[in-house]
Design a protein around this ligand. Structure first.
Ligand SMILES: [Zn+2]
Ligand SMILES: [Zn+2]
Length: 201
């Protein structure tokens, strides 16, 4: 889960996420044109500070394989789980299908978790008790999570406006942006997109 934003306790500078959601593209075809819902899998995310970009950003949350196997066991026994997604909403057949997709993705995944701003790994996780960190040119404050209501009132992604959700390969490479929903065929328009530059690997 990502907090609404982060704020410095001294100077009150706000640090906002440029985006809060991301999908893996599971399809085999070249990206472009449209993608269907069944080829998308939500990226599990953790909040981080990217040292290369100097921003708060979502980082892939890649738990050990056994955590996915535990979720698979739980869904088959009708038990609750909260990773790779929360079992609170939806029905068990949807959950089973999704957990199987996550398990296949995790089994094949090779690259370490990436910061989804630039694809790098020079980041500091922000959802741990320590370290709180100080930002540049501010001696007294530490950067803390803040809660706020996130306006999503009457907003239907892809219909009211473009969803603008980033799409990544199963190895965390940025490949596209999904924009408009075509409800008649459960698919999304996609534009090509890639990381602005390649950073330290
Ligand atoms: Zn400050
Ligand atoms: Zn970055």
């Amino acid at each position: 889960m990502l907090p609404a934003h982060y704020v410095c306790t001294s100077c009150s500078t706000k640090f906002l996420f440029e985006f809060r959601e991301a999908d893996y593209y599971l399809g085999t075809g070249e990206i472009g044109g449209e993608v269907t819902d069944k080829d998308l899998l939500a990226v599990p995310l953790r909040p981080a500070w990217c040292r290369d970009c100097g921003c708060v950003c979502p980082v892939e949350d890649i738990a050990p394989l056994r955590t996915f196997e535990a979720a698979y066991g739980a869904v088959r026994r009708g038990l609750a789980f909260d990773y790779p997604f929360s079992s609170e909403h939806g029905d068990s057949s949807e959950h089973l299908e999704a957990v199987e997709a996550y398990l296949r993705w995790r089994t094949g995944r090779r690259h370490a978790a990436r910061a989804l701003c630039c694809g790098g790994s020079n980041f500091l996780l922000m959802d741990v008790a320590t370290p709180l960190f100080k930002h540049a040119e501010c001696d007294f404050g530490v950067v803390e999570p803040a809660t706020a209501f996130l306006g999503s009132y009457n907003w239907s992604p892809g219909i009211s406006g473009p969803s603008n959700t980033r799409l990544y390969t199963t190895e965390g490479e940025l490949i596209g942006l999904r924009t408009w929903l075509h409800t008649d065929r459960s698919s999304w328009s996609v534009e090509k997109l890639s990381y602005p530059r390649h950073t330290s690997e």
